[in-house]
Structures are given as C-alpha cells and as structure tokens.
Design a protein. Sequence first.
Length: 62
Amino acid sequence: MNQIRSVTQTGSKLNARSAALAAAMILAVFGGVFVYGIGFAGADVLHNAAHDARHANNFPCH
C-alpha cells in the first residue's frame, strides 16, 4: 500500500512540476514576443494602439 501511495505522490509532483514548467515556457515566449514586438514597432503603431485602448475604456485622450 505504501508503494502505491509513493508512486501517486511522485506522479502528482511530476505533474505539478510539468505544469509549472509549461507555464514558465509560455510566459517566456509571451514576454519575448511582447518585448521584441514593442521594441521594433514604429511610434505611430504604438500611438494608435494606445489611442484605441483609451477609447475602448472610455478614457478621454484629447
């Protein structure tokens, strides 16, 4: 019985570790896309994105 419990605990630790690793990888990819996407975007693209976001949230910008 202890052997089954040990295997189950090991499996749950492995699943938790896999889930944490997957989340870290997704966040790393998203962060890289975010940094390079903004870093290489033109000023007019960034202005238009911020402008549209302000209007979508009913925040005056003019």
